[in-house]
Design a protein around this ligand. Structure first.
Ligand code: AMP
Ligand code: FE
Ligand code: FE
Ligand code: ZN
Length: 268
């Protein structure tokens, strides 16, 4: 039986970053799945909203503007979800541009390392728009027959610390939170089980993504307790990327209306 009532999936990716569904397809799928609200949180871009906003208005679903920013904390990658700023915010646009320049350099570095290992992938083999990252390099490696799937690409070459991985100069978590706040948004620690460091809790986050498709119940409880102690917001989402990650399907994780309205109230 599928759940009824208000459900908001606040974490998914479109073709503007490393998802396989377009923003319009995500909005339509959200309606099909019976979701009441959605946020498309592409990596380091808000480009999805150009087409998602008119579509959401047409099909009648609440759309919360958001993005998932890659950040660095104590040399580890941490993802920070930003919600509630305008998709036209100059602060956010400039920040996304900075990320794109950073990624361009980093991708070049990884392509160079791959070529040193006899794997020829050119910049022209990568998408020419949107946020381009390791999944795209992985797809190019598959297309060229160098690996059979993304798992193998990450395990052998581009996963953290693997032979062709380049970390690049990332932007710090504190600065990322500051930029989100400056743009009038809320900063949420994404999928905390993947990157947890107790010291992160000293950063001025507004909340934690407590509901995530891959959490066990006990993990949910841990994050819920922390948000309660601090009066932080509770968010949740599927982290849907489309076909490439079939287990993270849209609507597989969500928050209820109470938590969604609390988030909106804090934005006012
Ligand atoms: P990047 O932002 O370029 O460092 O790429 C990170 C993205 O790669 C993450 O957001 C995931 O979507 C994806 N990713 C990370 N590890 C793996 C893996 N082992 N297999 C498939 N995709 C992965
Ligand atoms: Fe991703
Ligand atoms: Fe993430
Ligand atoms: Zn994500």
């Amino acid at each position: 039986m599928s759940p009824t009532g208000f459900r908001a999936d606040l974490h998914c990716h479109s073709t503007c970053s490393d998802g396989t569904l377009t923003p319009v397809e995500l909005v339509r799928l959200a309606v099909d799945r019976g979701l009441s609200a959605l946020s498309i949180t592409d990596h380091d871009t808000v480009e999805a909203y150009r087409t998602a906003i008119p579509e959401a208005a047409k099909v009648g679903i609440e759309l919360l503007v958001g993005a998932e920013f890659s950040a660095v904390f104590e040399k580890q990658t941490v993802h920070v979800l930003g919600y509630g700023f305008s998709e036209e915010s100059d602060v956010i646009k400039a920040f996304c541009l900075r990320h794109h320049e950073r990624r361009k350099e980093r991708n070049r570095g990884m392509l160079k390392k791959l070529s040193q290992h006899g794997l020829k992938v050119d910049e022209g083999d990568l998408p020419s728009s949107g946020t381009v990252g390791r999944p795209h390099i992985g797809m190019a490696l598959i297309a060229k027959g160098y690996v059979k799937d993304l798992r193998e690409a990450f395990r052998k070459y581009i996963g953290d610390g693997k032979r062709c991985h380049v970390r690049g100069d990332g932007i710090g978590v504190e600065e990322t939170i500051q930029v989100i706040h400056e743009a009038g948004g809320l900063a949420i620690l994404a999928h905390p089980h993947l990157s947890f460091d107790e010291r992160l809790l000293s950063c001025p986050f507004d909340g934690i993504e407590c509901y995530y498709a891959r959490f066990m119940l006990a993990q949910n409880q841990k994050w819920l307790k922390i948000t309660e102690e601090r009066d932080w917001l509770i968010t949740g989402g599927s982290d849907c990327h489309g076909d490439v990650k079939p287990t993270l399907y849209l609507g597989s994780s969500w928050i209820n209306e109470e938590h969604f309205r609390k988030l909106q109230a804090r934005l006012k």
